[in-house]
Write a protein that binds this ligand. Structure first.
Ligand SMILES: Cc1cc2nc3c(=O)[nH]c(=O)nc-3n(C[C@H](O)[C@H](O)[C@H](O)COP(=O)(O)OP(=O)(O)OC[C@H]3O[C@@H](n4cnc5c(N)ncnc54)[C@H](O)[C@@H]3O)c2cc1C
Length: 422
């Protein structure tokens, strides 16, 4: 017997010729289609969408933005090395047939009523995927006009405009940036801001504040020294064992007693889950991530799944997978596939994450570890970073990132690596 496809419904609707059986099949399908609601159209949400679309589910994507952003390349936007538009893909261009975009934010999940409450009203679901990612943990202080976060495209654009304005200001006004948090995002932003100052031929003071006694304590000493040399070589000042005492209107007061006056300040102090309100008895980590079963189901809620930064999935070494594009993308695909299997009463499959590795991108070079054992540094890991991120996005971001793969100054990166290894 011929399988009933979504195309049958489309054909019936637009009045093209179709078989009677196809038409009946489409009507039955329309009436019986289960509602899949996906919260968040990032890497995980879109991967789940492409995996579940056209398989008998009626899909609603709840996403407050018109498009999806290539988040890992946001630091490149802050320094003006990638145009903001290059990181943006309109959801209209990637949404499969029979999936709709509700431009709204999810506020609360009501499991009893099986609805997601949103800023645009309640949306009923049979299956729910929570893939709303994470956001920078806000500073425990009233916001100041000079404070920036780097979570979404608009943040990258705002930061770029603010830094560009400072670089263009009269020399009497110091172009000063302070980055709070010396993790990989903070260091990458610092390196990009310093590179933008070099490109503008303008002296700048870029400082990174880190509360721990050393930067990147998880790296072996030689790798750490290499990263710090890259930053210091670019004029970035690194202050470890230092914390922010207060965000004053005139600047950032540090625990060392120094106040950095009139700064542009970027808060990069780790992230928290951006989940809507969920039942209090769902297990979560301290950063808000939902603990999930091997199938990515939420324990005790078999029709609710979580993936990407919204989910906490064991890494097999006593911890949880780090927040990364690779795990979000493949987790989203696994969740999408399992939702379809559940709807078809088939056994679900466990998520089996494969860790390709990671890199710490530093504008034009990087350090990283592949397959958990091979260290690479210089231009190659930077190219891999752009290639892997671009591979997992569609449209303009893929083109922009692939073009960065080829535009990086190869020789400089390679030569620098050798010099620093000596
Ligand atoms: C500055 C920065 C640099 C990074 N660099 C790297 C890197 O180099 N390599 C790497 O692997 N990873 C990197 N990451 C991490 C990586 O970007 C994330 O792990 C990945 O984006 C997670 O994908 P996701 O689909 O879970 O969430 P996201 O891609 O963040 O997508 C979540 C989506 O949910 C939407 N959303 C949020 N709240 C709601 C709501 N209430 N209702 C509806 N929708 C909502 C958001 O608008 C967003 O579109 C970086 C992150 C940042 C912030």
């Amino acid at each position: 017997m011929r399988r009933c496809h979504t195309k049958d419904w489309a054909r019936l609707k637009i009045g093209e010729k179709g078989s009677a059986r196809g038409g009946i099949c489409a009507i039955v399908k329309l009436v019986s289609a289960k509602q899949l609601v996906i919260v968040g159209g990032g890497f995980a949400g879109l991967a789940a969408l492409s995996r579940s679309a056209g398989r008998g589910l009626d899909i609603t994507l709840i996403e407050p933005h018109e498009g999806t952003t290539m988040i890992p390349a946001l630091p490149d936007v802050t320094g003006g090395f990638l145009a903001p538009g290059a990181l943006h893909t309109s959801l209209k261009d990637v949404l499969p047939a029979r999936a709709r975009h509700l431009k709204a934010a999810a506020l609360r999940v009501d499991v009893g009523a099986r609805v997601v409450e949103t800023t645009a009203g309640a949306v009923p679901y049979d299956y729910l995927l929570l893939s709303s990612g994470s956001r920078t943990a806000p500073a425990a202080a009233p916001p100041q006009p000079y404070m920036h976060y780097l979570d979404r495209l608009a943040d990258g654009r705002r930061l770029y405009d603010a830094w560009r304005a400072r670089l263009a200001a009269p020399a009497a006004r110091v172009a000063r940036a302070v980055i709070i948090g010396g993790g990989y995002t903070g260091l990458e932003v610092a390196r990009n801001l310093a590179a933008a100052a070099t490109r503008a031929d303008r002296a700048a003071e870029v400082t990174v504040i880190e509360i721990a006694s050393e930067f990147l304590g998880f790296l072996p000493p030689a790798r750490r020294a290499w990263v710090l040399a890259q930053l210091e070589g670019a004029g970035v000042r690194l202050l470890s064992a230092t914390k922010v005492q207060a965000y004053e209107p005139e600047g950032v007061a540090l625990s060392s007693g120094v106040t950095l006056v009139d700064p542009l300040c970027v808060v990069c102090t780790g992230s928290r889950s951006a989940l809507p309100e969920v039942p209090a008895d769902w297990p979560r980590l301290s950063d808000g991530r939902l603990c999930v079963e091997p199938t990515l189901q939420v324990p005790g809620a078999p029709t609710v799944f979580a993936a990407g930064d919204a989910a906490a999935f064991p890494d097999g070494h006593g911890g949880y997978l780090r927040k990364a594009v690779n795990f979000a993308f493949y987790g989203g695909r696994c969740a999408g596939r399992n939702i379809v299997r559940h709807a078809r009463a088939k056994p679900l499959r466990p998520f089996r994450p494969f860790d390709l590795g990671w890199v710490i991108p530093l504008h034009d070079r990087a350090v990283g570890q592949m397959l958990g054992r091979f260290w690479i540094q210089g231009g190659l890991p930077m190219r891999l970073h752009y290639f892997m991120c671009g591979y997992r996005k569609q449209g303009a971001p893929r083109r922009a990132l692939f073009s960065r793969v080829f535009k990086l100054p190869d020789a400089t990166g390679a030569r620098q690596t050798k010099e620093n290894q000596q």
